[in-house]
Design a protein around this ligand. Sequence first.
Ligand SMILES: Nc1ncnc2c1ncn2[C@@H]1O[C@H](COP(=O)(O)OS(=O)(=O)O)[C@@H](OP(=O)(O)O)[C@H]1O
Ligand SMILES: Nc1ncnc2c1ncn2[C@@H]1O[C@H](COP(=O)(O)OP(=O)(O)O)[C@@H](O)[C@H]1O
Length: 954
Amino acid sequence: MAALDDVTSAAPASATSSPQRPARKHVTVISAGSILGRSEDPEGEHVSTAGVSVDFTTSAGQVDWVTSQEFLRASFASSVLQCFGRSLWQADSFKYSFKSSSIDQYWSHSWAERSWKKLLLLLWLNNGTMAVIFSTFTALGVIPLYTLGFLPSLSGLAASAASAEVSIWCVAAGLLGLLLGMLLWRPGKMVFIDKVCLNEVPEVPEVPEGDGQLKQEGMRNIGACLKHSKSMLVLWDPSHAQQLQAIFELATFLKCHEGEKVHLDIRPTMLAPFLLVNLAGNVFIAVAQILVPFDHNWSIFLVAACFAPYFLACGCLLRSYFASIQGLKDQLGFFSIDDTVCLQCDRKILLECIHVWFGSIEDFERYVCIKVARVFSQRLGNFLCQYWMVIILSAPIFWAHLDMIAKAVVSEDYGTASLLAVTAFTWWLGILPAAYVLFIALMAKSQRRQLRRTSNALKLCWRAVPPCALVLFSKFSTEVVIENNLREAFLGICIFAGTMIIPCYLVWRASTKFAWTLVLIPGHMGITLWMTGLSGSGKSTISVALERALAENQAKSYFVYRLDGDNLRFGLNRDLGFSPQDRKENVRRVSEVSKLFAEAGAIVVAGLISPYAADRDYAREVHKNASLPFMEVFVDAPLAAVESRDPKGLYKKAREGKIKGFTGIDAPYEKPGTPGNPVFVDDVALLGSQMAAVFDSSPPGLAAGGTHEDTAAIKANIIQESERVSWLYSAFEIRWQPAPRKFLHNAMHEMDQRLDMLNQRLEEVQMPQSEMLEDTHVIQSLAKVEQQWGKELGKLKTELHQMIFAHNHNADLMKHQKDTLDKIRHDSLSRSPGSGATQISNARSMLASADARIKAIQANFQKMDPLVPRVTALELRLHHWHAAGGLSGPPAMGAPPLGAYGFEPRPVPNPPDYEATVESPDDEENEEEDEEEDDNLGALRGILGKAIDASSAG
Ligand SMILES: Nc1ncnc2c1ncn2[C@@H]1O[C@H](COP(=O)(O)OS(=O)(=O)O)[C@@H](OP(=O)(O)O)[C@H]1O
Ligand SMILES: Nc1ncnc2c1ncn2[C@@H]1O[C@H](COP(=O)(O)OP(=O)(O)O)[C@@H](O)[C@H]1O
C-alpha cells in the first residue's frame, strides 16, 4: 500500500487547480492486487481477500480486471431512453441494467452537464434517423389524403385567388411523425451508462455491502466495462476535460482498444439546443414558405426579418461552442490531474484505476495530453458538418415542398408539381446542407479571430450573408425558372438542379475542409535536444536557427529554450574550468537545468562540447529517469574545418600551447557512437522532421554562415535520432529501411537473369570444345570468353559484393531491432501483471508479429545465397581456362574474392551508401583495383622472366 500512499499524496483529493504545480514523486506501478488491498498469488491471476477468490482472467486467457462478472453490466438503449429517459431521472434506475459481458456502446458523459441536453442528444443520435425517415414517409402519405379531399385546405396569405388555398398537412404530419419516431423508436443496442449500470449496487456475495463498498467496487470495474465495450459515445461539454471520471473513461477506452478498429463518437451536448433551434427555425421557415408565397415584394423582407433571430441564435450557439473548443486546447494540452474534479465519483478509486490501466499518474497525464487531445481534435473540429445531420435538420423544408406539390396536384398543375419535386430534392440534399456548412465554417472562423463583444452581433450578421446569398440565389433562380417556363422547363429545371448541385458540392467540400482546419493543437511535450561537437563546429549557430524556426515559423509556435555551454560559463558555471571533472560537473548541471525546462514542456536546445560519452550518457539518464525524451545530435564538423574557422582564435592559441587541455587539440573528444536506450514518447519523429526541415529552408543563421559541409549529416542525424527515440512508443512499429531491401530484391533478380545469360553463352562456347577442336581454337574461344564476359563477371562480382555489404548491414539492423525486441520482451515479462495487462499483452502480440517479420525478411535474404556459389563456379571455370589455356593477363574480375564475405551477419565498418551504389556502381574503383592487380602480375612476370633468362643464361 506504500505505492498507493504515494499516489494519494501526489494527487490530493481536493480538486482545486494549483498555479504552482508541486513536483511529483515517481509512483511505481502497482498491481491490481495491491490496489484492492489483497494478496496476489504467484501467478498473479487470482486475487484473494477475506477468503474470497476472484478470477481476473477471461476465457481467452486475457486479464481484464473485472473483480466479479456481476459488474459487467449493460442496459438496452431503449430502456434508458423510454418515457423521456425516465431511467436517467429515477433513483432506482439500476433495475434497468442486467449482467452482460458484451456491451455495444459505452455512453460517457459529464455529471456537470444538464440532463435534458444529454437526453435530447441521445434521443436524436439514437432515434433521429429513423424518426426522420418515418416522418418523411408520413408527410408523403398525407399528399394523397389531401389531394383526394380527405383533408381540408387552409387559407394562405396570398392575394391572388389561385394561390389562396394551401396545405400545411405534410409539415404537420412530418412534425408529428418526427416526435413519435423520436419518442417511440426502440433502439435494440446494449449500452453501458453509469447512471443505470453503476450507480446502484448489484448483489455480489463476495463483497460485503455497507459503507458503499459495492459501489466502489463497481467503479473499480469501469475499466473492464470499457474494455468489453465495442464502441463509445461521449457526450461532450466544456467541463469534460475537468471531470476525472469522464476523461478517465475516454482515455481508458482508447488505451484498452489500441490497435483495434473500434468506433468512437464524440458529440457535444450543445448539439441538443442547436438541433432544437434549427428544427424550430426550419419549421417556421417551412410554414412561412407555404403561407407567404415568394411572389410578393414585401415577403422577402418578412422572411428575412423572421430569419434574423434564428440566425443570431444559431450563430451564438456555434460561437460559444467553438470558444469552448479553444478552451479545450489549454485544458488538454497541459492536462493535469490536479485540475480535475470528481462529481458523483470516488477520486481515490479512480486514481487506483489509473494506476492499473496506465501505470502512473504521469503516464495517464501524458496519454491525455497526446492521445486524447488528438482524438478530440479530430472529432470535434467538424462535428456539425456531417451530411446526415444536416439532412435531418432541413427535413421540414422538404415537407413544405411536399405541401406545395400537393397544392399543385389539387390545382391539376402537374408541370409545377414535377418541377417542385425536383427543386424539393435540390434544396433538401444540396443547397441547404451547403448553406449550413458554410455558415458553420464562417462561425468557426469568426471565433478564431476572437471578435470583440461589441461588434459580435454585427459581425455575426455579416457572416450570415454568404449562406443567405446562396439560399436566395437558388430560391430566385428556382422561381424564375418556374414562372417563365413552367411545363416546358422540366429539362431546364433538371439542368438547374444539376448546376446547383455542383456549386453546393464545392461549397460543402471547401467548408468542411475549412472547418477541419479548426482542429485544436495540443500543447507539446518537453524534450531535450543535446548538441555536441567540437568548439566552432556550429552548435550555437544551429541551435539559434532551430530555436527561431521552431518558435517563429511554425503553424504552432513551440516553447523553445536554448542553453549554450559557452554562455552558461559566464553565470551558472563560472566556477568551472576545463578539467575532465569540471566538464563532467558542467554537463551535470546543464542536464539538470534542461530536465527542469523539459519538464515544464519546453523544447530545450542545449549546445555543449560535452566531449565525454559518459557525461552525455549521464544527461540522457537524467532525462530518462524523468520520462522525458532526449535526443543527442552530433554536430559533426571535422577538426580541420573547425580549426580553419577558428572564430575565437582559440585553436591557434591551443596550437601555440597558450591554452592547455583544449578539446580536439590536447584534450579528447569522444564521438557519439552507439545510441542509448530509447525513451517512450510520441511525436518526436514529427518534431525531428520539422527540425530537419530547418536545414532545407536555409534559416538566417545558417545562410549567413555559408553552407556547412556537414549540414546533411546533421540533418540525417536529427531525423535518425528522433526516429530512434520515438520508435518504441509508436506502438512497436518497426521501421525497416526500405531502400536496401528494394535494392537487394531488384539486384538479386537482375543478377539471376545475367547469370543465366552468362551460363547460356558459356554453353555456346563449350560446343566447339566437345567437338574436340584444336588447341588453338580452344584458346581463341577462351580468349573470347575472357574478353567478352570476364569483365562482365567482374562487374557482377562487384555488385554481388555490394549486395553482401547491404545484406550484412541489414542483418546488423535486424540484429539491433531483435536485441531491442528481446529487451522489451524481457522487460515486459519481468513486469508484474498489475502494471498494465493490456500493454503487456499488446506488446507481446506486437513482438510476435515483429519476430515473424524478421523471419520473413531473413528468408528473403537467404534467396541471395545460391547466387554466390554460381558466381564462384563461373569464376573457377574462367580461372581453369586461364590455367589451361595460358591466356594473356588475369581475368578482369575487379571485386575481391566472394569467399571474403561470409553470409553470417557481421559488422561492417563503413556501410556503403546504398542509394549511390544502386545508381552508380563504383566502376572507377574497380578499374583501379584491376590496374593494381595488373601491375602486380606484370612485376611477377618481370621477375619470372628475369629468372628464366638467368636460368637459360646459366
Ligand atoms: N580548453 C578548452 N576546451 C574547450 N573549450 C574551451 C576551452 N577553453 C575555453 N573554451 C571555450 O569554452 C566553450 C566550451 O564550453 P562548454 O561548456 O561547451 O565545454 S564542455 O562541454 O564543458 O567541454 C567553447 O565554446 P564553443 O566554441 O561555443 O563550444 C570554447 O570557446
Ligand atoms: N552551417 C555552417 N556553415 C558554415 N559555417 C558555419 C556553419 N555553422 C556555423 N558556422 C560557423 O562556424 C563558426 C562557429 O560556429 P558556432 O555556432 O559558434 O560554433 P560552436 O557553438 O559549436 O562553437 C561561426 O563563425 C559560424 O559562422
